[in-house]
Design a protein around this ligand. Structure first.
Ligand code: GLU
Length: 416
């Protein structure tokens, strides 16, 4: 029996829902249910102890009707092609909601980065890129960071791709270090974008942000920068967590100091003045705003009713199951869905690509100003549709994303 929480089952269910609401043509619905291309490769590398390591690599390209495929690459144990397909599909809708000229893709390599050396990770990345290079390129498919990959990984990708082509092609990948063509503000972009959405949602729901309490699951790149950005606008971050567990402090935490502690000890836990909590307890903690910024499938039927937050901003991809969505909507929780809430990352990726193609470099102020304007527009578009449809914001975001992609397919037509 299919697992109701399996990411691909959920993604297809979401597509079906949008298709039904949009009265989408059957042919286009069928087209969008499948990725255009799925690539599976075997990545063989020399490990530090001289043995041979064999890793499974995946790149799924869902749809590219509005521009090149775009999406991150995650390194994670046990990642499957079904999961990567679901994430690629989400990227197609996300780029359409953000109104940037890209299609959706996602990559994954089955590996445990915590058990690998920097040298092994570099060899793995370079080999993976060499195996899929024919399907990449600045006008074909542009990778970016995702879980357990970062700017350094992107630098290796750019270098490998450029070496294979014989000249420097910074526009072949986004999320690079600034010194080789990365954009100012890209690292913080997803977290900042989440907070722009929260500010807009607070306006429409009447939630007072001054001193509002916030719990954040995940303290990686996205979770940390969301914590910092929400702390900067005067909210109180009362709980954070990472894969080892979480901490709670009713008076509020300083994210920068928690990060320093995590860098020193390897965990956010045992931070002075805080109570240690589990990841499950974090989700159910007393707070106004909950930001899941870690794995998928965290808010489900079992715990949805126990969530106390009035607002949830999905910084992670797919943290809420459809059953939990229904429970939260009935409870009146304001949920800002992933394809809107975390679209700041790919939006600044788009800015990076534009800067690379035009050989320009924009200031941090310019990037942040443009990001805020894009996020505000995307939020307004989704919110307006949710009001017209009397639906939750996830349904509205899906309708907007799927609708825009479907229109583009209809306009281009099928060939031959
Ligand atoms: N991995 C990020 C996401 O899921 C960013 C993708 C990109 O910048 O292409 O949205």
């Amino acid at each position: 029996m299919a697992n109701e929480h399996a990411p691909l089952t959920v993604a297809l269910e979401q597509l079906d829902l949008a298709a039904k609401k949009l009265r989408l043509d059957d042919g286009i619905h069928k087209i969008l249910s499948q990725p255009k291309r799925s690539i599976m490769v075997s990545i063989d590398i020399r490990m530090d102890d001289c043995t041979v390591g064999v890793f499974k690599g995946i790149r799924v390209q869902h749809w590219d009707v509005k521009g090149p495929f775009k999406g991150g690459i995650r390194y994670y144990p046990n990642i499957t092609v079904e999961e990567v397909t679901a994430l690629a599909m989400l990227m197609t809708w996300k780029c359409a909601v953000a109104d940037i000229p890209y299609g959706g893709a996602k990559g994954g390599v089955c590996c445990d980065t915590k058990k690998m050396s920097l040298g092994e990770l570099e060899r793995l990345t370079r080999r993976y890129v060499s195996l899929i290079a024919d399907y990449l390129g600045p006008h074909r498919d542009i990778p970016a960071p995702d879980m357990y990959t970062d700017a350094q990984t992107m630098a290796w990708i750019m270098d490998t791709y450029s070496q294979l082509k014989g000249y420097s092609i910074p526009e072949s990948v986004t999320g690079k270090p600034v010194e080789i063509g990365g954009s100012e503000g890209r690292t913080e972009a997803t977290g900042r974008g989440v907070v722009h959405c929260i500010k807009k949602a607070a306006e429409v729901t009447g939630l007072r942000l001054k001193n509002a309490t916030v719990a954040i699951q995940g303290f990686g790149n996205v979770g940390y920068h969301a914590a910092q950005a929400i702390h900067d606008i005067g909210c109180r971050v009362v709980a954070v967590s990472d894969s080892t567990g979480g901490i709670y402090c009713a008076e509020g935490l300083d994210p920068a100091r928690v990060l320093a502690h995590k860098e020193k000890t390897g965990s956010v836990q045992n931070f002075k003045g805080c109570t240690n909590i589990t990841n499950e307890e974090l989700l159910e903690a007393e707070c106004d705003i909950l930001i899941p910024a870690a794995l998928g499938n965290q808010i489900k039927r079992k715990n949805a009713n126990k969530i106390k937050a009035r607002m949830i901003a999905e910084a992670a991809n797919g943290p809420t199951t459809p059953e939990a969505d229904r429970i939260l909507f009935e409870k009146g929780t304001c949920l800002i869905p992933d394809i809107l809430a975390n679209s700041g990352g790919v939006t600044v990726s788009y800015f990076e690509w534009v800067q690379n193609l035009t050989r320009e470099h924009w200031s941090l102020e310019e990037v942040n100003r443009k990001l805020e304007s894009k996020m505000t527009q995307a939020f307004d578009d989704v919110y307006k549709l949710s009001q017209e449809e009397e639906s939750d914001m996830r349904t509205a975001a899906l309708m907007l994303g799927v609708g825009r992609v479907a229109n583009a397919i209809r306009t281009r037509g099928l060939w031959p």
